[in-house]
Write a protein that binds this ligand. Structure first.
Ligand SMILES: Cc1ncc(COP(=O)(O)O)c(C=O)c1O
Length: 375
């Protein structure tokens, strides 16, 4: 599929630890470090003139690469400081049109729901999961109506790894004139996605986790037809066509998704993100998804053989976030860490997230050491 040893050699942490927590933070590569070195060297060498001669170009390199990766164009992609900022700018860009309902789910990452929890004028409907793993499209269908402004939910749920059907969600929203807003932080990077063909209106993602690019940036996709129709009510000098005219009275929105941007992007992250994205692109997202499925299947089988229980989505919706029932998750994670195995926990579960650079031996070792923990 790809040269695993060559890929592993890119990520120094794999020589030091058994690293199985990519859904929290993707591993740092030599490639990212080299880009970061280039950034700091130019800073030493050129100071602010590096902005015009190099760094603005790097920002556009990243935008172009991520746009291609998401199956879209740079025109539809904004760079923001975090998912939360990307969600906030969208909530401040869409007129209410007499609608005050937002539908999300109890399985979404809280920062999504918080956007409307702080707006008293909004009726926030939080769908409950029938099994703690998934939400069915029919549940959205039952409550997304003409009062609904946004259907806002995750691509992949962060504590269950369940991948939702974006096409179905987009259609449900569009059918009643609502907009679909998807938090894709746990999605693109571990499974393939071609955004325009899903029909979703907005999708956020970032380099931190599966894209191995570090903290400090988020990507915001805005569907082509909406880009110029929306006028954000929070803004910055990066959002105007006349950025370098410094004319207080000359604000004019850019004709592309940069109109959603909120100031200077984190340049160190632009560089580390380029390194991670290059590797992901070279390995190929189809290969990554297949590899992660192999590792996940092996992990789940091993855990079950060891007498532990896994909470898992059905095969068609499963991704590489594996939740293992446990009586003492913090203790188990500490025990694993004492054996140089890095995983994470959420209430009631040890959370293990392998990525394409992991080996079978690492997965097996994690299972063995976890099974040896007696509390
Ligand atoms: C699904 C999901 N959304 C959002 C976030 C965090 O977003 P932000 O960039 O605002 O910190 C995380 C994790 O950090 C996440 O897993």
């Amino acid at each position: 599929m790809f040269d695993l040893n060559a890929v592993r050699a890119e990520f120094p942490i794999l020589e030091r630890r058994t690293y199985l927590n990519s859904c929290s933070l993707g591993a740092l590569s030599h490639r990212s470090e080299a880009y970061l070195g280039e950034f700091t060297e130019r800073w030493h060498d050129m100071g602010a003139s590096a902005w015009y001669r190099h760094w603005l170009g790097r920002v556009e390199d990243l935008r172009g690469r991520v746009a291609t990766f998401l199956g879209t164009t740079p025109r539809e992609l904004a760079l923001l400081p975090s998912t939360s900022a990307a969600l906030a700018v969208i909530t401040e860009s869409v007129p209410a049109r007499g609608r005050n309902r937002v539908v999300c789910t109890e399985l979404d990452f809280p920062t999504l729901a918080y956007q409307w929890a702080v707006k008293p004028e909004i009726e926030l409907v939080v769908l409950r999961s029938p099994d703690g793993i998934r939400i069915d499209p029919e549940q959205f269908e039952a409550v997304v109506d003409e009062r609904t402004l946004f259907l806002a939910t995750s691509h992949v749920f962060f504590t269950t790894g369940y991948a939702q059907d974006l096409g179905a969600l987009a259609e449900i929203a569009r059918g009643v004139g609502a907009l679909s807003l998807i938090d894709g932080y746990q999605g693109a990077g571990q499974i393939p996605v071609t955004l325009p063909s899903t029909g979703v209106d907005f999708y956020t993602n970032g380099p931190l986790k599966w894209l191995c690019g570090g903290p400090g940036l988020a990507y915001l996709y805005v569907r082509d037809e909406l880009v110029e129709a929306l006028e954000p009510r929070i803004t910055s000098w990066f959002a105007t066509n006349r950025q370098f005219e410094f004319d207080l009275e000359g604000f004019e929105y850019r004709p592309d998704a940069r109109r959603f941007e909120l100031g200077t992007p984190a340049l160190p992250t632009v560089h580390t993100a380029l390194g991670g994205q290059e590797i992901v692109d070279e390995v190929g997202i189809e290969h990554i998804a297949l590899r992660n499925r192999e590792l996940t299947d092996r992990l789940m089988a091993g855990v079950r053989d060891a007498g532990l229980r896994v909470r898992s989505a059905e095969a068609d919706h499963r991704t590489a976030i594996v939740m293992i029932h446990h009586d003492d998750p913090p203790g188990a994670v500490k025990h694993l860490a004492s054996h140089d195995i890095i995983v994470d926990y959420r209430p009631g579960f040890v959370r293990v997230s392998p990525h394409f650079y992991n080996s079978e031996a690492e997965v097996d070792r994690c299972v063995e050491v976890l099974a040896s923990y007696k509390g």
